[in-house]
Design a protein around this ligand. Structure first.
Ligand code: NAP
Ligand code: MN
Length: 268
């Protein structure tokens, strides 16, 4: 059996620290090397925490392409594959190659502010919201064709992996990650004689882009751009384009992994 180089990323909670210490001892005993810092050379990245920690790790290391496994010491743990009680089982299956790789697609937002381009990537989602208490108005196009002037709190664009997160709270659909789609979900859309906006989610195939041109009065025109657990405020956005990103995350999943079983145990 060849020895592997493994990088561990853990949040600071007592149970994560405990799990990290245990894992370090077990990996060391099995003859594997622990990397002190992340590089593309590592064979595996282990994330100890919840989904929030997982997202943090992905962003900190700029969407690493190496295989990743999550150990759940957090609350929900949708990305996390194993529990702290399964460390021996995990090391055995990993050494034996008894796992599959689940590929997760990501979403990319390209935004222009004062002729300067900014890019934000999300594993769960990117979202556009106002930065004031007022509603926002966005001219929306799909594949270059104008669709409507959206009015409401904003728009969220979720990946299949993110469909069970914020998207689901907004009434969006749960999407099997084997489907290559982006889901555009409205956030509190207004439907009155003054404003009309679509009220259900829209599904886009890869290759089609969502175009957004803000259409708001200057004093309220700042937008809050959300990407996973992070945000940035832009004052003068002239255009936004949302597409699939070419970055994919590779999650280790073991024999009994089943997306719908996970949905059942975490949601229903
Ligand atoms: P958070 O506010 O602590 O996360 C809210 C919950 O979302 C946590 O229970 C988290 O799981 C869970 N979660 C994250 N990704 C998920 C996924 N792909 N499927 C199912 N549940 C998921 O913030 P956070 O921990 O930094 O996570 C950021 C994410 O929170 C954002 O990407 C967004 O999707 C979500 N969020 C949801 C709402 C909402 O539902 N109203 C509002 C804001 C943000 P853990 O407990 O394991 O961390
Ligand atoms: Mn969290």
């Amino acid at each position: 059996m060849d020895k592997k180089k493994i990088f561990i990323y853990a949040n600071g909670t007592p149970s994560s620290r405990r799990t990290e210490r245990k894992l370090l001892a077990k990996l060391d005993k099995s003859g594997h090397t622990i990397a002190n810092s992340f590089s593309g050379e590592v064979d595996l990245m282990v994330v100890i925490g919840g989904d929030g920690t997982f997202l943090q790790a992905i962003h900190n290391y700029d969407f690493p392409q190496v295989p990743i496994i999550g150990i759940n010491t957090g609350h929900l743990g949708f990305f996390q594959e194993i529990m702290p009680s399964q460390l021996d089982e995990f090391i055995f299956n990993f050494e034996q190659g008894k796992y599959s790789i689940q590929k997760l697609t990501t979403v990319k937002m390209r935004l222009v502010e004062n002729d300067k381009e900014h890019i934000h990537i999300g594993l769960n989602e990117v979202a556009i919201k106002g930065n004031s208490t007022h509603s926002i108005h966005l001219n929306i196009s799909i594949g270059g064709s104008f669709i409507e002037r959206f009015s409401g709190d904003g728009l969220l664009i979720a990946t299949p992996a993110g469909s069970t997160a914020y998207n689901y709270s907004l009434g969006g659909s749960i999407v099997d990650p084997r489907l290559n789609i982006l889901q555009v979900t409205p956030i509190a859309p207004m439907n009155t004689t003054a404003y009309r906006a679509f009220t259900s989610s829209i599904l886009l195939p890869s290759g089609l882009s969502l175009g957004v041109v803000p259409d708001m009065k200057d004093k309220d025109s700042a937008l809050r751009i959300i990407y996973d657990g992070n945000y940035k405020v832009y004052e003068h956005v002239s255009e936004i384009e949302v597409t699939f990103s070419d970055k994919e995350i590779h999650l280790l999943r073991f024999e009994n992994y089943d997306f719908w079983n996970k949905v059942k145990t975490k949601f229903l």
